[in-house]
Design a protein around this ligand. Structure first.
Ligand code: CTP
Length: 398
């Protein structure tokens, strides 16, 4: 790979083609060299001038331009990654069958680098056995096919088929480039991830909360899905979008989170408790808003919440094969981490050093992954890369 990774961004003919512009912008801003290859149909949705201006490069539209440079072979050969946004049902079908009747499909057939597809289409098309088979074929060839999001599609229909958020596609692109591809080593595995921070209400408007944004948990869910897992995200008050392709269960309090995690993780292969769960909740919750006229409160009586991680780790027959906890420590980090791993009974403990501006509400993180067998240091890295390091450690234990 050169100093600037060369990405070929294929754009197929669907209404989501306009969102490819946002992915393109994000990639060029993060220093990627992007050549856009729209299909003829894509150009009905977005003009070549837009792609040229955003990429700062000429747009390759057909195999008959610059024939002496053999673009249908050269582009695929020189790419560090080929990304298709949106991948329509037709494009997936052609790619799965090795068709090469235009510049994009020829590029896909000659590419030996990682290939990433972000599909978008109507729900019926996505769920048709032909598309299901084509996606399975492409995955068996090593391509990463992101599951589409559920939500509103063009027109009045809703259901799976929506293009994942451009930021999510760009994040996965960076992941795949950083790791030179993504293994499907979680295929067939059921994974539950909790993310975010719980809120313990004093009354309908006030709560005790914490600073967790849910970024690390969302990164874990997104990367697990990209590595083939069936993912449930138990999401407590996230300040970021949940990933496409994960089942999302929304919760507010520690009690709701506990109920959801215990229900969802029965029979799961892996449970990761990345959520910041409140250890205590107010002893009473007022049904109506507490007025300041009701006397001077001097303290808020608290009661202990059950420890979900301990419950998960000590479950009997339906204990997940791998139970992963998180710990945030400010001092004596390793000693506290080792003690916590033992006390919680989990298989892996991801140990974060936190303090002002470190660990919370930021995109990078440094951690140690502890297990009874040893420890793996993950240097200051993105939350996505830390998530991959966690899955690497999980996979060795499955
Ligand atoms: N956890 C949980 N249930 C709780 C509290 C925490 O499952 N009621 C989980 C978190 O999701 C995380 C891990 O336990 O995976 C964090 O451990 P915890 O002991 O809560 O850390 P701290 O609150 O930092 O503990 P302490 O203050 O004792 O260091």
């Amino acid at each position: 790979m050169g100093s600037r990774p060369h990405v070929v961004l294929g754009v197929a003919g669907g209404i989501a083609a306009y969102k490819a512009c946002e992915v393109l912008r994000s990639l060029t801003e993060s220093g990627h060299d992007v050549t856009v290859v729209p299909t003829g149909a894509a150009l009905h949705f977005v003009g070549a001038a837009t792609f040229a201006a955003l990429s700062g490069r000429p747009v390759a539209t057909d195999v008959w331009t610059g024939v002496h440079e053999v673009p249908h072979v050269r582009l695929g050969q020189s790419a560090d990654l080929v990304l298709v946004v949106p991948a329509t049902a037709d494009l997936l079908a052609k790619a799965a069958h090795g068709r090469a009747d235009d510049l994009l499909t020829s590029t896909l057939l000659t590419a030996r680098c990682p290939v990433l597809y972000a599909p978008a289409m109507h729900t019926e098309m996505w769920q048709h056995p032909a598309t299901v088979a084509n996606v399975a074929t492409l995955r068996s060839y090593g391509a990463v096919v992101i599951d589409p999001a559920s939500g509103r599609l063009t027109g009045a229909d809703t259901g799976p088929g929506r293009l994942p958020e451009p930021a999510e596609i760009a994040a996965l692109t960076r992941d795949v480039l950083a790791r030179g591809g993504l293994p499907a080593d979680l295929a067939g595995r059921r994974v539950v991830v909790s993310a975010g921070g719980t809120r313990e209400h004093l009354d309908p408007v006030r709560y005790l909360g914490n600073r967790s944004s849910g970024r690390q948990g969302v990164a874990l869910a997104r990367t697990a899905a990209a590595r083939g897992a069936e993912v449930t995200l138990v999401a407590a008050n996230l300040s970021v979008e949940p990933p496409a392709g994960a089942k999302v269960v929304l919760v507010l309090s520690a009690a709701e989170l506990r109920e959801a995690v215990l229900a969802e993780s029965a029979g799961a292969d892996v449970v990761v408790m990345a959520a910041a769960v409140a250890d205590f909740r107010p002893a009473t919750r007022s049904e109506s808003k507490i007025k300041k006229g009701e006397g001077e409160p001097t303290s808020v009586p608290l009661v202990r919440n059950p420890d979900v991680l301990v419950e998960l780790a000590s479950r009997g027959a339906d204990r997940a094969t791998v139970v992963v906890g998180f710990a945030a420590e400010t001092d004596d980090v390793l000693a506290h981490g080792r003690a916590k791993l033992a006390a919680k009974g989990c298989d892996l403990l991801v140990l974060n050093r936190v303090g002002d501006g470190v660990g919370f509400e930021v995109d990078h993180n440094a951690a140690t992954i502890l297990s009874t067998g040893g420890e793996v240091e993950v240097a200051d890295t993105s939350k996505d890369q830390l998530a991959h390091a966690v899955w690497d450690a999980v996979v060795t234990r499955l």
